[in-house]
Each structure stands twice: as structure tokens, then as C-alpha cells.
Design a protein around this ligand. Structure first.
Ligand code: SF4
Length: 346
């Protein structure tokens, strides 16, 4: 089995991709790529939240010729997602994109594949092959782990025959069990870095649950060099979720921890909006700090004594506590502002 540290390594822009224990967070824009203003804005927002690789869909020449404009303004590697049109891949590579996602088995013109591979070699651009359980070749009837590996082999062998090995592979489907088995088999079969995730997982409620379970099971095997939490939602939630999964599994440190009580009959203030706003505020904080928002001053400070700082509500006011010790009282209308100041000063 090729564990994440043992896969082949290559450069993706400035990132050492594969062959180490870093699991890169990635997401995909849901803007129209030709709307460069909206796409750049979204990518910059994703970057600020911790996204390390971003992908955009390239549907036509207008999208493809927009890539250099986007590349000028962003800082993380940009991946062009191409389906069947080799001309779009060629334009994207010439525009300076950092990686392409393309399944060579879907392109019937061999000359064009040779041209794409030559360009990628010259420019040092890797190719991601993406096998999706829902769109396997027609002669492969059912999505089983073995069939997904068979589909991957067909694409990979085309590149290998041309002496191209800077390959990243994904094998996604919407079933956790099937995805897990497919990745296990892939790590035993190919030496290439793996892009992991559960695809078409759902919205940011059920999708998060499904993705968290599936991704953590795959990561526990010691495989996965980059991940995407696919959600039917604003891609910023994909990045926030990926960070949270990696933090809870101890793959990344130096990020905030947030706790809040489940609320009960003792909750003495309008706590849920405050908890949500503080949790959201912490998404853009890059330091190790444990913050708690608790419902009552009787049990809150004690129940959250591990927290570096927190608030616990009372009638029209709350107490600020640090490591379980009450420091001072704050009026309800100043709670958010005061707690944010304490977080910034920590
Ligand atoms: S901290 Fe207080 S309000 Fe929150 S669950 Fe515990 S007892 Fe209930």
C-alpha cells in the first residue's frame, strides 16, 4: 500500500504535492469562470479561509481564455476542469494554469492527447484523473471498487505510455462504503497521490455528516494527499469543513476550537445567534485558542473549564470566564464585541 508519505511527489505550482504528510485543502468555484470578477472574488475569499488549491470549470473557449486573468490575481494553484474537449485543455495550459483535470480515455483523438501531455511535460503541470462512480465507461456496467480501479487504469496507462507520471487520482462516488474500498484498492495499485472525498454528498447538513464520516475513514488508512468536502452550498463551507475535519483528526494544529452548550431550560439569554456568530468569527482566526459560549452562569464556566475564554449567559448580562474562572460581567448588548476583542487579544 502506498501511504500518503510514500506516493510519488511532484510540484503543483509551489506546493510539494504527494510524498509527504501534508493534506491539502481544496475546493471548486461555483461561479461562471468567464465571469472573472466573481471568480477572483470567490477564490480570494476561499484563500482567506485556508483553501490551498482551487478548481474552476472550463466549459468553452471564453472560460479557457479567462484563466490568465484569474491567475494574475490569485495566489494558490489553479486547476482547470476539462471534460471532453482537448482544445480547451491546450488553451488552459497555454494560459498558465497549474494543473488540469482531464480523463484521457474520454478523448478519442490520440494526436491531441500527445500534444496535451507534451505541453504538460514542458510546463511541469500535473494531470488529475477523476473517476466518478456515476459515469464509468459504458462497457463497465456497475460501480464496484474493482470496476473503478479498472476505469482508472485505462486513463492512467494512456499517460504512462507517453512517459507521463505526474498524476493525481480521485475515485469518487456518493456511497461511503464503495468510496472507501475503491481508495483502499487504489492505494494498493497506484503509486500516485490521491485526491479524496465523497461526491454528491448533499447539502451542508447531511453532506457534512456523510463527508466527515467518509473522509475520516479514508484518512485513517493513512491515505489521501488532498481533500475536497463536496457540498451543495457556498464553497466557503467546503473549506471550513475540511479545516475542521483535519483539525479534529489532529492533522493540523494552530486553529481555534469552539465549544457551546446544547442549551436547556436554564439558558438565560438569546444564546444561539451569539454562538453562531462567534463560531463564524473564529473561521478566520489562525491561532490555537479554545473559546466557549455557554447558556448559564451556574454551570457554564465549570462545564467549559478547558476553554481559554468564554461567556456564560445570565439575565441581560453574561459573565466572561477564563479557564473556568469568572473574570467580569458584560452587558448582553456588548457581548459579541467584548468577546471578539478578547479573542483578538489572546
Ligand atoms: S451550560 Fe447551563 S444552559 Fe447550557 S446546557 Fe449546561 S446547564 Fe443548560
Amino acid at each position: 500500500m502506498f501511504k500518503r508519505e510514500e506516493t510519488k511527489q511532484f510540484l503543483l505550482k509551489n506546493l510539494k504535492f504527494g510524498g509527504n504528510d501534508h493534506i491539502y485543502i481544496q475546493s471548486m468555484c461555483n461561479t461562471k469562470t468567464k465571469d472573472t470578477e466573481a471568480t477572483i472574488k470567490q477564490i480570494l475569499e476561499l484563500e482567506a479561509l485556508g483553501c490551498e488549491i482551487v478548481r474552476v470549470a472550463v466549459l468553452d473557449q471564453e472560460d479557457a481564455y479567462s484563466l490568465s486573468k484569474i491567475l494574475d490575481k490569485i495566489h494558490i494553484p489553479l486547476v482547470a476542469d476539462i471534460h471532453f474537449d482537448p482544445e480547451l485543455a491546450i488553451i488552459a495550459i497555454k494560459e498558465g494554469v497549474d494543473k488540469i483535470r482531464l480523463n484521457p480515455g474520454n478523448i478519442s483523438n490520440k494526436e491531441k492527447i500527445i500534444e496535451i501531455v507534451d505541453l504538460c511535460k514542458r510546463k511541469g503541470i500535473p494531470i488529475r484523473i477523476g473517476v466518478n462512480g456515476g459515469s464509468l465507461p459504458k462497457d463497465i456496467a456497475k460501480p464496484t471498487p474493482e470496476h473503478m480501479i479498472e476505469a482508472a487504469k485505462r486513463h492512467i496507462s494512456i499517460l504512462e505510455e507517453l512517459g507521463f507520471y505526474n498524476i493525481c487520482l480521485s475515485l469518487k462516488c456518493s456511497s461511503i462504503d464503495l468510496t472507501l474500498e475503491a481508495y483502499k484498492l487504489a492505494s494498493q495499485t497506484f503509486p500516485y497521490p490521491l485526491h479524496i472525498g465523497i461526491t454528491e454528498a448533499g447539502t451542508s447538513f447531511k453532506g457534512l455528516i456523510k463527508s466527515s464520516i467518509g473522509i475520516s475513514k479514508i484518512l485513517d488508512l493513512g491515505i489521501g494527499n488532498t481533500l475536497r468536502v463536496s457540498l451543495t452550498d457556498d464553497p466557503k463551507y467546503e473549506v471550513i469543513a475540511a479545516k475542521e475535519i483535519l483539525k479534529e483528526l489532529h492533522y493540523i494544529q494552530n486553529l481555534p476550537t469552539f465549544t457551546s452548550c446544547p442549551t436547556c431550560g436554564r439558558t438565560a439569554y438569546d444564546m444561539i445567534p451569539i454562538a453562531k456568530e462567534i463560531e463564524d468569527y473564529l473561521n478566520s482566526v489562525n491561532k490555537k485558542i479554545h473559546v466557549a459560549v455557554m447558556g448559564c452562569a451556574v454551570n457554564g464556566p465549570g462545564e467549559a473549564k478547558e476553554a481559554d475564554l468564554g461567556i456564560a449567559g445570565g439575565m441581560h448580562e453574561a459573565v466572561l470566564f477564563k479557564k473556568g474562572k469568572i473574570i467580569r460581567k458584560i452587558k448582553e448588548e456588548q457581548l459579541l464585541e467584548e468577546l471578539k476583542k478578547e479573542i483578538d487579544a489572546f
